[in-house]
Design a protein around this ligand. Structure first.
Ligand code: SF4
Ligand code: SF4
Length: 103
């Protein structure tokens, strides 16, 4: 198999054999290339006053969209958050609002 091409590398000089079915990205970190959170219908919003910085939410995000911050709390990567609500459910301090996010 030839070297697999990324979506942005598709051009008139390559063959279909150079592309994976469905555009599947077999390399690590592929999501960095795309904004995958733009079909989200709900958005988690941190309530700063309630957040203790326990980070119990951080490992539960299936999209690695919770980022620890220097002030000991978290922020969201909204480019990749899908609005699944897992972090909202697991936070034991009710420190995350879950609001409609339809644009
Ligand atoms: S689980 Fe809740 S309190 Fe803990 S870091 Fe996450 S948002 Fe903050
Ligand atoms: S709503 Fe889901 S995808 Fe978004 S930060 Fe929380 S756990 Fe991650």
């Amino acid at each position: 198999m030839n070297e697999v091409k990324k979506i942005e590398e598709i051009n008139e000089d390559i063959s279909w054999r150079d592309i994976t079915p469905g555009g599947v990205a077999p390399w690590a970190g592929g999501a960095e290339t795309f904004t995958t959170g733009d079909w989200r219908t709900m958005r988690p919003v941190l309530i700063e006053d309630k957040c203790t910085g326990c980070l119990l939410c951080w490992p539960t995000c299936p999209d690695t969209s919770i980022i620890p911050t220097d002030d000991g709390k978290i922020k969201y990567d909204y480019d990749h958050c899908k609005g699944c609500g897992v972090c909202v459910e697991v936070c034991p301090f009710d420190a995350i609002d879950f609001v409609e996010d339809i644009s």
